[in-house]
Write a protein that binds this ligand. Structure first.
Ligand code: NAP
Length: 291
């Protein structure tokens, strides 16, 4: 069983980003990520700290915009306007979900598509779905694709299943795999458990983004599957885990990403690459590393 670790993939992306950042510095452009955090959510702060660390290792500067969780929608829109209009900010990362009283749909759609480095606006999602290359794809879905590309996992003509249909992971991952000529099935919480098992067992590739420990177990595989585990969850004992029951699957699949240590590490590296790309090209359509 091959362990599809994220680090080697992230290292390649980081190297590419650092090279691009260096080229930009020679032109006095400092690729800069604006992070917008509303409130003091622990996991947002943890992600922010790791993003800052990775950014500095690849020559990307970070500017933080921290707002009170009591901020109103209008206040957040004002800050996004400032970030959109600041030529020194090339990418915007906004932590979600936002506090419930805020109009998240309105807010995310105010982010300038050219700076929407995590692909959360409708324009970015539309660009991915139509293939018109407007904006950037969501980093996590792209990270799943990058792992498969790095490890030479062929998608063309293969049967793939995506577990989860969120706009940030499930749907874009399915679309990207279909673009690579896989035959894709999407499962979700209303998929009957027996159907989920059957679909997984007859698929070559399982991408799981359900957000629940042990969504994929030994009963979901038949021996040769590749499992890309996107989930970042915590079990009953507070231990971090993916969606896949790693222990139960060990030796029963052909390849699997560890969690942690798989998709997550690639996601942040890709975010920085998107920032450098956005800085390099404000006018031309941004490219993705996975194409
Ligand atoms: P989400 O918005 O909650 O979506 C979860 C999806 O999974 C939904 O479509 C849901 O179906 C489906 N689902 C839930 N339980 C299921 C089950 N038992 N069987 C089949 N489908 C089920 O979550 P998300 O934002 O997409 O995130 C998914 C996971 O990825 C989370 O663990 C999150 O922490 C992780 N994540 C990882 C990274 C990374 O870099 N690795 C980045 C971001 C998020 P319905 O649509 O019917 O509700």
């Amino acid at each position: 069983m091959e362990l599809l670790k994220g680090k080697p993939v992230a290292d390649v992306i980081k190297e590419k980003t650092a090279r691009l950042a260096e080229e930009l510095m020679e032109k006095d452009i400092v690729p800069t990520l604006g992070i917008l955090r509303i409130g003091e959510n622990g996991s947002d702060i943890a992600y922010e700290n790791s993003a800052v660390k990775i950014a500095s290792s690849v020559g990307v500067h970070v500017e933080k915009y921290i707002m009170s969780e009591k901020s109103e929608t209008e206040d957040v829109l004002d800050v996004i306007k400032v970030m959109n209009e600041d030529d020194n900010i090339h990418g915007i990362l906004m932590f979600r979900p936002l506090p419930a009283h805020l109009d998240e749909e309105l807010i995310r759609n105010h982010i300038n598509t050219a700076k929407d480095v995590d692909g959360i606006s409708d324009a970015s999602v539309g660009g991915l779905f139509t293939g018109n290359m407007t904006g950037f794809p969501p980093c996590t879905a792209e990270a799943a694709m990058m792992i498969m590309e790095h490890y030479g996992i062929e998608l063309s003509g293969k049967r793939a299943v995506v577990i989860g249909r969120s706009l940030v992971i499930g749907k874009p991952a399915a679309m990207m795999m279909m673009d690579r000529n896989a035959t894709v099935t999407i499962c979700h919480s209303r998929t009957k458990p027996e159907d989920l098992k059957e679909i997984c067992r007859t698929s070559d590739i399982i991408v799981s983004a359900a957000g629940k420990c042990r969504t994929v177990g030994a009963e979901h595989v038949s021996g040769n599957q590749v499992i890309i585990d996107v989930g970042i969850n915590f079990d009953e004992g507070g231990k971090m885990c993916g969606d896949a029951d790693f222990d139960a699957l060990e030796g029963k699949v052909s390849a699997i990403t560890p969690a942690p240590g798989g998709v997550g590490s690639v996601t942040t590296a890709l975010l920085m690459y998107h920032v450098a790309r956005a800085a390099a090209s404000a006018e031309t359509a941004p490219e993705t590393v996975s194409k």
